[in-house]
Design a binder for this molecule. Structure first.
Ligand code: PLP
Length: 416
């Protein structure tokens, strides 16, 4: 795990790390609902929001706005390890995923199928179902594995046929916290249906580092800014050259590869550059390399290691406080030991409604979230026969002391 000095330096770069402006002191374990925001993001956002000029004019302000956008696109490509293709910004992760899925389904060869899994967020599941139906393609949803709360390439393999036109893959579930090996799944898809359009939802994974788009052999990758240390109101997507060239909505007469509709918010782009700068800085603490990508990869590895430490403190206890493994009335979704887990523990307390547990934790200054059997989480909870669960989502800036605070508070709500 991070040394105390570094952890303090990390925490110092974010707003509201240990205190909520509306509640007071609290530990933040609601990162899957939206990560903490970098202070630099807020500063840059305010500065650029004040600029009245528009892009595409011949004046110094406009030139600078265009430069900022181009720089941010290059930064995003480096963050995700993409050496070709293009970056666009949209209204949200959901909006981008709908647009990408729709464009791929409508633009791909007639007939055939659209393949996804029950692990996915409703953004890809809904878009795939709706557009497959409208275009007379079959929609196949592969069931994820209840035990591991994840899905793997073998699960996909059984359902891949040469006529799969579009496939969606979620990189990490925001309900179970379990990751999926994107490269392995896409390799299986490409082996049977080489021309398939593969769209990846990287929204939950992005804050946990280690994205390698070139290695994935995919056509689109999406992130949500507010879930990766930036602000609400925009999502970021990468499109492969092939995807970018597909027929898509655009203004008549605009450039062939123009995907963004209307004027972009330069501050959105600028804040994403701040995210990349931060990740690069974090990595510089773990490698002597001055290469940006190498630093970003080092940051990803360090984040994973720290988060594994937090998870193990939560499961096995910390500093004399017992962990979830030793609490017989606590059920952990996906089991105590799961190599796919990315900093998130979803749990149920036997005999206590999850909403009551979350509210008890809140009263003790520990922020978590209740997930219900609704259109967001029913795909995970229903097969487990659960109505609700408590999601405790951590990130690399959380500390073992915060995990202890959570466990201590949880003790107070366990049935006798
Ligand atoms: C995996 C995943 N996909 C999609 C979304 C939707 O993203 P947005 O809120 O930007 O529309 C989320 C949001 O939490 C998510 O976790």
């Amino acid at each position: 795990m991070f040394e105390e000095k570094l952890l303090n330096e990390i925490r110092d770069q974010f707003h509201h790390v240990d205190s909520c402006p509306y509640q007071g002191p609290r530990a933040f374990f609601e990162n899957a609902g939206g990560s903490l925001t970098l202070k630099s993001v807020v500063t840059v956002n305010a500065e650029l929001s004040a600029i009245p000029d528009n892009q595409g004019r011949d004046n110094p302000a406009s030139h600078e706005l265009v430069r900022i956008i181009e720089q941010a696109r290059a930064d995003a490509m480096t963050l995700i390890g993409a050496s070709s293709g293009q970056i666009i910004v949209g209204e949200s992760g959901t909006e981008l995923l709908f647009r990408l899925v729709r464009t791929a389904i409508v633009g791909s060869e007639e007939g055939g199928s659209v393949l996804g899994s029950t692990l996915e967020h409703p953004a890809t599941r809904s878009a795939s179902r709706q557009w497959a139906e409208k275009t007379n393609k079959t929609h196949v949803l592969i069931a994820h594995d209840n035990q591991s709360a994840s899905i793997n390439s073998d699960d996909y393999k059984k359902h891949i046929t040469p006529d799969v036109r579009v496939a969606t893959i979620i990189q990490t579930s925001p309900v179970t916290g379990m990751g999926v090996d994107i490269a392995a799944v896409s390799k299986e898809i490409r082996a049977v249906s080489p021309e398939c359009f593969i769209i990846v939802d990287g929204i939950q994974h992005a804050a946990h580092g280690g994205i390698d788009v070139d290695a994935y052999q995919i056509d689109a990758f999406t992130m949500s800014a507010y879930k990766v240390f930036s602000k609400h109101n925009y999502g970021v997507a990468w499109l492969s050259p092939r995807m970018a060239a597909m027929e898509h909505e655009k203004l008549d007469g605009s450039a062939d590869l123009q995907w963004e509709l209307g004027t972009r918010d330069t501050s959105a782009y600028a804040t994403f550059s701040e995210v990349v700068k931060y990740v690069e800085w974090l990595g510089s603490n773990f490698t002597n390399s001055t290469d940006r990508r190498e630093r970003i990869l080092a940051a990803g590895a360090a984040m994973s290691e720290h988060e594994e430490g937090l998870v193990s403190a939560m499961i096995d206890g910390v500093d004399g406080q017992r962990g979830l493994r030793d609490m017989p009335t606590v059920q952990v979704i996906g089991g105590h030991d799961n190599k796919h887990r990315e900093g998130l523990v979803a749990l149920v307390v036997e005999g206590v409604p999850s909403a009551d547990v979350v509210s008890h934790l809140n009263n003790d200054g520990v922020r978590t979230h209740v997930r219900k059997n609704d259109y967001f989480s029913g795909n995970i909870l229903e097969p487990l026969g659960l109505d609700t669960c408590i999601r405790v989502s951590m990130c690399h800036y959380n500390s073992a002391a915060e995990v202890k605070k959570f466990l201590q508070s949880l003790e107070g709500v366990l049935p006798a």
